[in-house]
Design a protein around this ligand. Structure first.
Ligand SMILES: NC(=O)c1ccc[n+]([C@@H]2O[C@H](COP(=O)([O-])OP(=O)(O)OC[C@H]3O[C@@H](n4cnc5c(N)ncnc54)[C@H](O)[C@@H]3O)[C@@H](O)[C@H]2O)c1
Length: 316
């Protein structure tokens, strides 16, 4: 619970923000950051990814509802200054197995929210997109001016969401910005389920004394970005006067590490399992645009972030 004392006068700058998917991993971290900066927060979440007590923050208004349901969305938008849109089914393999369900959730949900936010007079909408839009590039850092090449339904949903955001800015003069996250890790990461994010999965396996299961040869390179840096990028995207016209901006660390390296840092036994379809070999962010438009630079080194998680999990 992070309702810290606020400096005098800060209530003048305080806003009311809606965080969709605010009971999820990244959403919880954004909620905590908003509260600690003195803002009021409402969350719209259908708890389809589970309701975890430790993620529920005191002083936040939680609406249990669905981003595809216009009545829920209208209720959630009342009195809101800005929307951080994170709600999604964010799993590549699941989207390959369930393309219709995930399209409905991720694409129709985003469109319903955009319409609801526009009609409610919300000032700005920050969309959580994904580096999966690029489809990977083994030779170069990923820049926003590179052509999108989605290789999974999930990536296509995110690409479509970005384009809807830009279109809403162009058609309706409604402020939007999309942040492309890379592999986000840190506190509140989800260790459960077949589609768990790799950092959470390895921590859980290690804690249970099981071997960490590495897909393929483990020479998959990912740009691991600490969730506190991602939360800060979101707040800057909401407030920067250099964005609001549907810009797409990488929010990655800018340096990639292999899955084998991750396993080595966590330490312990490993086991190789078949690789998954739809996973690019390498994904590394060029962060120039984020620096220019948001004044954002990541601050938490991978080794430090993993060491902190190991301490949290009692894995010293
Ligand atoms: N975690 C990453 O590394 C990563 C990388 C790139 C992009 N992203 C994007 O960031 C966002 C947050 O990811 P996360 O890792 O925190 O995921 P998460 O699964 O932990 O959180 C998503 C939340 O959205 C909620 N939700 C799903 N469908 C909903 C619906 N129809 N209505 C209302 N709520 C709904 C879930 O209950 C959950 O609480 C997602 O949009 C994801 O695509 C995440």
């Amino acid at each position: 619970m992070n309702n810290q004392a606020q400096p005098i006068g800060s209530e003048l700058l305080a806003k009311k923000y809606l965080v969709t998917g605010g009971a999820g991993f990244i959403g919880t971290n954004i909620v905590i950051k908003l509260l600690s900066d003195g803002h009021k927060v409402r969350v719209l979440d259908n708890f389809s990814a589970g309701k975890k007590d430790d993620r529920i923050q005191k002083g936040v208004e939680y609406i249990e509802g669905d981003i595809r349901n216009m009545e829920d969305v209208k209720r959630a938008m009342v009195g809101i200054d800005g929307v951080f849109h994170l709600a999604a089914i964010p799993r590549v393999p699941y989207s390959i197995e369930h393309p219709i369900e995930t399209n409905d959730n991720n694409v129709n949900g985003t469109l319903t929210l955009l319409v609801g936010a526009r009609d409610a007079g919300v000032k700005r909408f920050v969309f959580s997109s994904s580096s999966s839009v690029y489809g990977g590039n083994d030779n170069e850092k990923l820049r926003e001016d590179m052509c999108g090449n989605p290789i999974s339904p999930y990536a296509l949903h995110k690409y479509t969401g970005e384009m809807y955001c830009r279109l809403f800015s162009e058609l309706y003069g409604f402020e939007t910005v999309s942040l492309r996250y890379f592999n986000v890790y840190g506190p509140y990461i989800d260790p459960e389920g077949a589609y768990a994010l790799v950092v959470g999965k390895f921590l859980k396996q290690r804690a249970k004394g099981e071997p960490m299961t590495i897909c393929g040869d483990g020479e998959y390179y990912r740009d691991y970005t600490h969730v506190a840096d991602v939360a800060r990028a979101n707040l800057l995207a909401m407030t920067s006067d250099k964005v609001g016209k549907g810009e797409v901006i990488n929010a990655g660390y800018g340096q990639c590490k292999s899955v084998n390296e991750l396993a080595r840092l966590i330490g312990g036994e490993t086991m190789n399992i078949p690789e998954r379809p739809g996973d690019p070999r390498r994904s590394e962010a060029d962060t120039t645009k984020a620096k220019e438009l948001l004044g954002w630079e990541p601050t938490i080194k991978f080794e430090d972030g993993i060491a902190e998680l190991k301490r949290d999990w009692g894995l010293e």
